[in-house]
Ligand binder design. Structure first.
Ligand code: HEC
Ligand code: HEC
Length: 361
């Protein structure tokens, strides 16, 4: 009697389990022949460090790109990574702070993913995460972003018409049970590493010797990099936003707030290092394609580039850890127009409209 009951129970459990989890389907009939992705990097850029266990392949990038644009990653199928990182906004959402699937705003502004593969100094505004692979795991389960769970996402991916094939082609898995969040994150990271400047911006063409600055752009360049002999005109920008990436990827307090007041709602880098001297420091963002990614700063407090110049010109809050390269600039109208003209040479319309980075859906 006990044995009968037990076997009945096993049967019931078996049926229940198999209704929820379809048997893994074998994928060995699908060829696994990964091909190297041809990553084109402008000559004057640094070399990109790519983890040995996640080389870029055409198949991995294809999978990552699809995942990046697919709302399957969100609990209610309403948002994807691309909802907050849109190609036309240089992979930001043009909101001061990002809003997730439940309509709840986060506390920070979305970050551009242009040239993200060259940053080896910590991701996010505060650098709390080290690698793109690690970062890509977070938005899915973030309660104010995609608010889903990885186990549920994985079940949906396994049961999907197309994804099992894409995972097989990218990573050589032999059946659907091998689809994991780690492989998904690897694919997303591969796609993100392909988001590289095209080299077609006017600035890059000037470096390559195939274009020249106008007088105004040259003046802006010289003010930006402190090359202008007139010291009054040094704007010091290039110390932190240095060429060719237009960021050092380091953490500074650029004088937006005064951390000494002890009243910052977001202490940035200080939260990660636990050192009060890092309170109010944030990672320097790149200025490439910057006119596409307004509003500006970690909390999107400045709507326009003009507001940014107003800040650096005369509104810097001086505190113990404000960077010594910040001072009152007293920029003239000519200086401001020149800085603007120079920074416009960093526009990269070829990157923005490159179909390889757009939605495949
Ligand atoms: C709801 C909006 C939202 C969604 C959805 C979202 N992100 Fe983000 N992303 C942000 C915000 C905001 C930040 C900055 C957060 C911070 O610094 O705390 C960010 C930062 C990043 C960064 C760091 C960039 C840098 O320069 O350090 C990467 C990489 C990134 N997101 C990739 C992704 C990927 C991949 C997905 C999908 C799996 C995704 N994001 C989904 C809003 C979003
Ligand atoms: C001491 C280093 C430093 C100097 C000098 C500096 N910046 Fe910045 N810049 C930063 C940091 C750090 C941030 C991010 C601050 C934040 O969001 O809290 C930033 C943010 C910006 C942003 C916003 C970017 C975005 O994606 O939101 C712009 C635009 C900018 N700086 C332009 C300039 C210009 C123009 C100059 C020269 C007039 C300049 N910076 C000088 C460190 C610096």
């Amino acid at each position: 009697m006990i044995w009968r009951l037990a076997s009945l129970l096993v049967l019931i459990l078996f049926v229940a389990c198999c209704e929820e989890m379809p048997a893994p389907s074998n994928l060995l009939d699908i060829p696994y022949e990964p091909t190297d992705y041809n990553l084109e990097i402008p000559d004057h850029f640094p070399k990109m460090i790519i983890p040995e266990d996640n080389p870029l392949t055409d198949q991995g990038v294809t999978l990552g790109r699809r995942l990046f644009y697919d709302p399957i990653l969100s609990a209610d199928n309403s948002m994807s990574c691309s909802s907050c990182h849109l190609p036309q906004g240089s992979f930001t959402d043009n909101n001061s702070v990002s809003v997730g699937i439940d309509g709840i705003p986060g506390q920070r502004s979305s970050m551009s993913l242009l040239d993200i593969g060259f940053n080896n100094n910590g991701l996010f505004w505060d650098g709390r995460v080290a690698t793109l692979e690690e970062q890509a795991l977070l938005p899915v389960e973030d309660p104010i972003e995609l608010h889903h769970t990885w186990p549920d996402v994985i079940e949906e991916l396994k049961a999907h018409q197309l994804y099992p094939k894409l995972y097989r082609e990218a990573f050589g898995i032999s059946d659907t049970s091998e689809i994991t969040k780690e492989l998904s994150a690897k694919a997303l990271a591969q796609f993100e590493r392909t988001l590289v400047s095209s080299g077609a911006s006017k600035y890059d063409q000037i470096i390559d010797g195939i274009a020249v600055f106008t007088d105004e752009e040259l003046l802006g360049h010289n003010i930006f990099f402190d090359i202008e002999p007139d010291v009054r005109r040094h704007a010091e920008c290039g110390h932190c936003h240095n060429a060719p990436l237009f960021t050092t990827n380091e953490y500074f307090n650029n004088g937006l707030d005064n951390p000494d007041s002890g009243s910052l709602s977001d202490i940035g880098r200080g939260e990660v290092t636990g050192t009060p001297f890092d309170n109010g420091k944030f990672r320097v963002p790149s200025l490439r394609n910057i006119f596409k990614s307004a509003p500006y700063m970690h909390d999107g407090r400045f709507a326009t580039f003009d507001d940014v110049l107003d800040h650096y010109d005369a509104k810097v809050q001086f505190s113990r850890n404000v960077d010594p390269n910040l001072r009152v600039l007293n920029l003239s109208a000519t200086d401001r127009a020149a800085l603007m003209a120079f920074i416009k040479t960093l526009e990269d319309p070829v990157f923005t409209s490159d179909t390889r980075y757009q939605s495949p859906l």
